[in-house]
Write a protein that binds this ligand. Structure first.
Ligand SMILES: NC(=O)c1ccc[n+]([C@@H]2O[C@H](COP(=O)([O-])OP(=O)(O)OC[C@H]3O[C@@H](n4cnc5c(N)ncnc54)[C@H](O)[C@@H]3O)[C@@H](O)[C@H]2O)c1
Length: 374
């Protein structure tokens, strides 16, 4: 199969879908890999390294037009819509529920879209979300450290236990991959950390991993209110159901927070758990609502591109190999976990969550795949 690795064009997106090691593995399986020049440069990977791994360098048009499978990192942006076509499969973070216009373009083209974030494993977890969530959690903590600095417009608070002054109080909602990433960094610097979750299992797991001075609370309205009042930074790390329309922290509740407090919305669902969240970019990462500084960048791992690319490529490679080795349709038919990531095919939406959120018709992947010939 011909596989294309284009250069990412999203604002400040420096990650690349494949490392040279991944390219070498795809080539070893008999596939042709075309890489756009500069695709790896933001992650410290030269074009030469890709060539040595067996890739062919090709310009944007050639990569998109001659590939059967596009292997990338972020969603499809307007300048890329013209490349979408029926016999093309795209394997990437799609987040179709958050991008209505992109979903229109995917459906109009009839292409096959497979979203990293919706692929499951046998335990029902999301194995391609996990590695980036961990980096986003750790990175989100570092971003809070940066944007609380006075010259960035923050309250000038250092997120560390410093002799002689009050220790900062940090609240994390969601003790999953991202939340644990924040908690580990925050606790290591001596901050007073509280982590809230609705799941006792998640809190049990957090208790084993985190130092004993991290407080573990059930996520109830009253506990959340206590935390909002006392926190210097609130991190939202909930995997918010895509079709859910209520909020955990409403605009009104922001008035409970301290004047110089900050919200880092790692989950970054527009008007999701945090009502006032709207996605921002690394160019302009923060804004204020009700006086509270918000940081809502939806591609935090890109700031740590070399680390993120190595991890992402290793996590996605087994699925890319399966798609290429078996052919996309057979791989989707045989692997229910890969099939869970199928967003669209032949102009039909197959992701229930996006159908519900955007009030569009959708069918199950199984129903659509059954109508296709071999
Ligand atoms: N901003 C970025 O760059 C970036 C990068 C990667 C991931 N993410 C996002 O981060 C989010 C978290 O991902 P994850 O892998 O950590 O998910 P996860 O499933 O591992 O963790 C989510 C946690 O939230 C908990 N939860 C659910 N409802 C809750 C509630 N009402 N109160 C408190 N806790 C609740 C769950 O029990 C779970 O422990 C996702 O939305 C993901 O898309 C963002």
């Amino acid at each position: 199969m011909v596989i294309g690795v284009p250069r990412e064009i999203k604002n400040n997106e420096y990650r690349c879908a494949a490392t040279p090691a991944a390219v070498a593995e795809l080539v070893r399986h008999g596939h042709v890999v075309m890489v756009e020049p500069g695709a790896g440069i933001g992650s410290g990977i030269t074009d030469e390294a890709f060539v040595q791994a067996g890739a062919r360098l090709a310009h944007t048009e050639t990569v998109w037009q001659e590939s059967a499978l596009i292997y990338k990192v972020k969603e499809i942006l307007p300048p890329e819509y013209r490349f979408l076509r029926r016999d093309l499969a795209i394997f990437t973070y799609l987040h179709s529920n958050a991008h209505r216009e992109m979903t229109d373009a995917l459906l109009a083209s009839g292409c096959i879209g497979i979203a990293y974030e919706d692929i499951t494993d046998a335990a029902g977890n999301f194995p391609l979300l996990r590695p980036m969530s961990e980096i986003a959690g750790r990175g989100g903590f570092l971003m809070a450290c940066q944007h609380l600095q006075s010259m960035y417009g923050g309250g000038g608070l250092m997120l560390a236990r410093v002799n002689g002054v009050r220790t900062p109080e940090l609240t994390i909602i969601g003790a999953g991959n991202a939340g644990m990433g924040v908690a580990e960094m925050a606790a290591a610097l001596g901050n007073r950390v509280t982590i809230l979750d609705v799941s006792f299992e998640r809190l049990d797991a957090a208790r084993l991993r985190l130092p004993p001075n991290v407080e573990l609370l059930l996520s109830t309205p009253s506990n959340l209110e206590i935390c909002l009042k006392r926190s210097d930074v609130l991190f939202n790390c909930i995997l918010w159901p895509k079709a859910r329309r209520d909020h955990l922290v409403t605009r009104e509740m922001l008035r409970l927070m301290k004047p110089h407090a900050m919200i880092v919305d790692i989950a970054c669902d527009e008007a999701g758990a945090i009502e006032t969240c709207r996605a921002t970019s690394h160019d302009k990462p923060t804004y204020r609502e009700e006086g509270i500084l918000h940081y809502c960048v939806d591609n935090i791992p890109s700031a740590f591109a070399a680390t993120a690319t190595s991890l992402l490529s290793a996590a996605t490679l087994p699925y890319a190999l399966e798609l290429a080795d078996k052919g996309v349709i057979r791989a989707l038919r045989e692997n229910p976990h890969l099939r869970r990531g199928l967003t669209c095919i032949n102009g039909v939406l197959t992701l229930e969550e996006t159908g519900r959120k955007q009030e569009r018709p959708w069918q199950t992947p199984e129903a659509v795949l059954e109508t296709l010939g071999n």
